[in-house]
Ligand binder design. Structure first.
Ligand SMILES: Nc1ncnc2c1ncn2[C@@H]1O[C@H](COP(=O)(O)OP(=O)(O)OP(=O)(O)O)[C@@H](O)[C@H]1O
Ligand SMILES: [Mg+2]
Length: 435
């Protein structure tokens, strides 16, 4: 069966060429996406070639035993506390340790994902866009295992460059997976299987990116560890890698509230006010990245519902954000008066691709504004031109659960919706999550 599959994989690569053109031509929510899909082709992209010191074709890795060996190893997930206390050492040896850990760990995690692609139903795995992402993972695996062991700072610098490149090359993976699965939706009988695949792939990607970005941040931060604490673009002393030692939750929410307001005004000509209350002075160590994805998604949803439900009203009821922080976790509740979620949809809002973004909107010139603006302004993992893809809620919930938390939606049909985002503290009373 695998032989058969390999032959077909080769055949499909011809179809892929045609499909890439097609993907680039699809009328997307954002013009950005079209460009991205055309310029981010891993096999034609000149940038990609920079990272490809290897001459082996990707297809030689379809059956490479190194993938199977790595996939059989368990992943070693770190607690943020471990990352925090591995911290900065004046002789920069923490950089070597960090790179050595990644050098071992990343191929294992990527091999698990490759195993996930191999386990997809045949017809889904052969979708050109999904196959393209599969190959990007194989390529990343290949580059990472071929990198020599990291024994000195020169090696560490090379490795850091490779990580930067891979982060960039894989930037659009979520959009591509959303495209790919939408393209082959009609062939999918087992919804559960797709959900499991996307949950795992997206959360693993979040973890991989957080680890890689943590290393890059430590690397870029070396100036501060050698005593020069002045003149940094961000306050280095407030960060250890990607961990913000004193995160002011209110500020992060306010930034995303401003962003969502601008997007909403651009799309609808007006936006509800956002009120913030509760423990608005809460400050604690946390990692901002997942918040940068989840907060705009929840706020966008609340604002969209508010504006659409109150289309004829002269004033809009505000969206209220309440913060609670305790010694175990912190909770962000976003309440809107956008009419709630119709009973028949409640069960489906966490399905990937479920959206009520109207078809008529596709003909609306402004339709892609949310997506385009998110793409431009939100460089976090998973963000992209996703308005109307039906990825906001399922992805946010998968991220929250990956981080030991939850995302719950309570709709009061006829009135509005409350969304509860619950996330565990890094240094709380209970065991922390692992990345
Ligand atoms: N606060 C809310 N009030 C009413 N309906 C909501 C709310 N939040 C989500 N929904 C419903 O759930 C659906 C799925 O939300 P989700 O965020 O996953 O996708 P989307 O907003 O349609 O697209 P995107 O991928 O851009 O987020 C929405 O289309 C909408 O119908
Ligand atoms: Mg949404």
């Amino acid at each position: 069966m695998m032989m058969h599959r390999d032959k077909l994989l080769k055949m499909v690569s011809v179809r892929k060429q045609a499909a890439r053109v097609r993907v680039g031509q699809v009328k997307h929510l954002s013009g950005e996406t079209n460009q991205i899909n055309q310029t981010r082709d891993p096999t034609t992209n000149a940038n990609q070639n920079d990272t490809s010191h290897s001459t082996k074709p990707v297809s030689s890795f379809y059956h490479h035993s190194a993938v199977d060996i790595a996939a059989s190893k368990p992943s070693m997930r770190l607690t943020p506390a471990t990352m925090l206390y591995a911290g900065k050492s004046p002789d920069r040896s923490h950089l070597l340790r960090s790179a050595q850990y990644l050098h071992k760990e990343l191929p294992v995690r990527i091999a698990h994902r490759i195993a996930g692609f191999r386990g997809l139903p045949f017809i889904v795995g052969c979708n050109p866009t999904i196959l393209q992402v599969h190959e990007m993972y194989i390529r990343a695996f290949q580059l990472l295992i071929e990198h020599p062991r990291i024994t000195d700072f020169h090696m560490e610098r090379n490795y850091t460059e490779l990580l930067k490149k891979l982060l960039d090359d894989h930037r659009d993976v979520v959009t591509m997976l959303a495209d790919g699965f939408r393209e082959c939706r009609k062939h999918i009988q087992n919804e559960q299987l797709v959900r499991q695949f996307l949950d795992r792939t997206l959360t693993s990607r979040l973890g991989l990116r957080m680890l890689a970005e943590h290393h890059l941040a430590l690397h870029d931060d070396k100036a501060s560890s050698t005593g020069s604490h002045h003149g940094g673009r961000r306050s280095n002393s407030n960060y250890v890698g990607i961990i913000c030692v004193n995160l002011q939750l209110k500020k992060v929410i306010e930034n995303w509230a401003d962003f969502a307001t601008k997007v909403c005004e651009h799309r609808y000509g007006r936006a509800p006010a956002i009120n913030l209350n509760g423990h608005s002075g809460a400050t604690f160590p946390y990692i901002e990245q997942p918040l940068h994805y989840i907060l705009p998604e929840i706020l966008k949803n609340a604002m969209r519902a508010t504006v659409e439900k109150n289309a004829d009203a002269s004033t809009l009821p505000p969206v209220t954000v309440t913060i609670a922080s305790n010694d175990v976790d912190f909770i962000i509740r976003v309440s809107d008066r956008g009419g709630g979620i119709p009973h028949q949809f409640v069960e489906r809002i966490f399905d990937y691709h479920f959206t009520t973004a109207g078809v008529q909107e596709e003909n609306d010139d402004n339709y892609d504004v949310f997506g385009a603006m998110v793409e431009m302004s939100n460089p976090s993992p998973g963000s992209g031109p996703m308005h109307g893809f039906g990825f906001g809620l399922p992805t946010s919930r998968a991220y929250a659960e990956y981080l030991g938390g939850s995302l719950k939606v309570e709709a009061m049909q006829g009135i509005g919706t409350d969304v509860y985002l619950r996330l565990r503290h890094i240094e709380g009373k209970h065991e922390s999550f692992r990345i």
